[in-house]
Design a protein around this ligand. Structure first.
Ligand code: MF3
Ligand code: CO
Length: 260
């Protein structure tokens, strides 16, 4: 069941999305060698609570963090831990905030100090693929057009697209219909309509597309242990071009000259 949101509901998703965007910028201030991923999680949780929001991942089906932490080969849903970030790592921080009953969801993959130029290229392509997907999210088009845009761009650059996890609708729940795969064919899947709020979140691997699930049922990593990158925006379909409700601009202010 796909819920079309009223302008009032879209405003609420917009506000939750703004808070999650500002939360990730707080996290950005702490991403450096020597910091644990548990510290990043604490920064995010406190910022959300101080701003009247609820860390929506915390306790969701038993998930133990405010952030999903994705270090290097971790694809998604990694747990915050005592792992100490080191120069050359990448770390994805995926966060959902609930504010006044509505959710916003975003993810950014950061570089810890200087990283391998090849990994930098993976981050660049993955972030760009998110915007390719968003640009395809037009009223009258279909969900498959989004996935096709992401997949063709990433595969053209020699990367592979994770199949097991997808983007999703968002609103009162963090995961609503439709599923939004990052792969697929043009012209298939549900029709996009104005007022639909969706999360587009390419998870892109440097090596093969295969992933493995940990015994905890959550944490996933690439099978070949090569790095994986992940970026996500919450978007609303309009009559015209899609409106991006989350933003990386707060993160970019913090990063300054750093690219990721
Ligand atoms: N953006 C992630 C997703 O859509 C957030 C997951 S939160 C968790 O799957 F609680 F499920 F971990
Ligand atoms: Co999501």
């Amino acid at each position: 069941m796909i819920y079309i949101k009223s302008p009032e509901e879209i405003e609420l998703v917009r506000r939750a999305s703004d808070l999650v965007s500002r939360t990730l910028a707080e996290v950005a201030k702490w991403v450096k060698p020597g910091v644990t991923t548990f510290q990043l999680d604490t920064v995010a949780r406190e910022f959300i609570l101080d701003n009247g929001g609820k860390p929506a991942c915390l306790g969701y089906h038993g998930f133990p963090g405010t952030l999903c932490i994705e270090v290097n080969e971790t694809v998604v849903h990694g747990f915050p831990s005592q792992y100490v970030l080191k120069e050359g790592d990448i770390v994805g921080t995926d966060c959902v905030v609930e504010l006044d009953g509505y959710n916003g969801d975003s993810c950014y993959t950061f570089a810890v100090g200087d990283i391998d130029p090849k990994v930098m290229a993976l981050l660049e392509t993955t972030r760009e693929s998110l915007y390719k997907g968003i640009d395809a999210a037009r009223a009258g088009k279909r969900v498959g057009d989004i996935g096709n845009a992401v997949q063709s761009f990433c595969e053209h650059h020699g990367y592979s697209v994770v199949r097991e996890m997808c983007g999703h609708g968002i609103g009162k729940s963090m995961h609503e219909d439709p599923e939004v795969p990052n792969y697929g064919r043009k012209g298939i899947g549900p029709v996009l309509k104005p007022g639909m709020c969706i999360c587009i979140e390419p998870m892109i691997n440097m090596g093969s597309k295969n992933i493995v699930f940990g015994d905890d049922g959550w944490q996933t990593r690439t099978k070949d242990r090569k790095p994986s990158a992940h970026f996500e925006h919450t978007v609303v379909i309009t009559e015209d071009k899609p409106e991006i409700l989350t933003t990386f601009s707060y993160i970019e202010e913090v990063l300054g000259d750093r690219k990721f």
